[in-house]
Design a protein around this ligand. Structure first.
Ligand SMILES: Nc1ncnc2c1ncn2[C@@H]1O[C@H](COP(=O)(O)OP(=O)(O)OP(=O)(O)O)[C@@H](O)[C@H]1O
Ligand SMILES: Cc1ncc(C[n+]2csc(CCOP(=O)(O)O)c2C)c(N)n1
Ligand SMILES: [Mg+2]
Length: 322
């Protein structure tokens, strides 16, 4: 199977490659063309996933595609953007029909969940990796940036943290036996659910937001820096799932939540007056701390004393505390 046949058969023909709102031209030309309403801005984000770094060797192609698109779409959620389209640059060691079929099915399912269309890409031969670029729309002045946190805001997260990090030993060693709780954690690693609905609901309410990819502490550091404030996290309020507690124990679970990464849940700062409205809508909003004058991220125990934080989070190069 040649490159063009592969593209035609597995990608151009996929349900997620059918046109949609805002897509004037999709797969097949030198560029795709997007048309946005005049009052909207285009939100753009790109993410690369490399075998052995972001996902294990011999990964199930169906799960891999789901994870790749979820990770990318999560950045749109974090900006409060509505998904429009995405490109897929796929590098493959070889073209295997079964692998491609399963990959395209995983991609289709996550694209359906996110309501996003495949609009183009690139297919090359080489070590397995993929780069997805997502495009979304957000009304002018309404994007959720990292820089707007205000003293007095609450610091919130969009759900239980650490599950995917808790699954990592199981991901890395498939010979380990997996309990029911472990299986649930594996589901959170392979198919994170981008919090798109929450992102939209936070428009005009949250003062800053991002999605947690490197760990709560490290990613909150980005908000603190960009906003010029201090973030205080009350350790006891960090939401942990029963499955994670079961698999990793209390201390292990907390470490996964604080520094594990791979959560793809939102962290955001919120003026207190908006909390009840969001929670009444049934949205997952958990208060974990607050914004104060100062800088950096501080972890507090139940008595309000500073706690020595564990290693701060995932970094590809260099010292994690840089
Ligand atoms: N090679 C690069 N050239 C230009 N800008 C880059 C490059 N790598 C990263 N950036 C930009 O730096 C900022 C931080 O990137 P980073 O990849 O850490 O994003 P993130 O959302 O914090 O993490 P994630 O990639 O896990 O979603 C983003 O604005 C990103 O576009
Ligand atoms: C097999 C395997 N080993 C380790 C990890 C952990 N990991 C890798 S990259 C990253 C941060 C996000 O990446 P980026 O900053 O590039 O978006 C994390 C938490 C994993 N996911 N899979
Ligand atoms: Mg991000």
């Amino acid at each position: 199977m040649g490159e063009f046949e592969l593209i035609r058969h597995y990608f151009a023909a996929a349900a997620c490659a059918r046109g949609g709102e805002g897509i004037a031209l999709g797969i097949g030309d030198d560029c795709a063309l997007l048309t946005l309403p005049a009052e909207q801005q285009l939100a753009v984000s790109t993410d690369t996933l490399v075998e052995g770094v972001h996902f294990p060797r011999q990964a199930d192609p169906y799960l891999l595609a789901q994870r790749a698109l979820a990770v990318s779409a999560s950045d749109l959620a974090a900006m409060g953007a509505q998904p429009v389209g995405f490109t897929l640059a796929l590098t493959l060691p070889n073209a295997e029909a079964d692998w491609l079929q399963a990959f395209a099915r995983g991609l289709d399912e996550m694209a359906h969940y996110c309501d996003i269309r495949l609009i183009g890409g690139d297919t090359t031969r080489g070590p397995l990796s993929m780069t997805l670029t997502v495009f979304g729309q957000v009304p002018h002045q309404q994007a959720l940036k990292r820089s707007g946190a205000q003293v007095g805001d609450l610091l919130c997260v969009g759900g239980e943290l650490g599950d995917a990090a808790g699954a990592l030993p199981l991901v890395l060693d498939p010979s380990l036996s997996v309990s029911e709780a472990g299986d649930a954690l594996l589901g959170r690693y392979w198919s994170p659910k981008p919090q798109l609905q929450l992102g939209l609901a936070l428009r005009g309410k949250a003062t800053a937001a991002l999605d947690i990819s490197d760990g709560l502490l490290a990613d909150c550091g980005h908000i603190a820096r960009a906003s010029g404030v201090a973030l205080l996290i009350e350790q006891a309020r960090v939401p942990l799932s029963a499955d994670l507690l079961d698999v990793a124990g209390e201390e292990g679970a907390l470490n996964c939540a604080l520094s594990g990464g791979d959560d793809y849940r939102l962290a955001f700062t919120l003026p207190p007056e908006h909390l009840a409205t969001l929670q009444e809508q049934g949205l997952p909003v958990y208060v974990v701390g607050r914004v104060e004058v100062g800088e950096g991220v501080t972890l507090l125990d139940t008595q309000g004393r500073c706690v020595q934080a564990p290693a701060s989070g995932y970094q590809h190069f260099g010292n994690p505390r840089d």
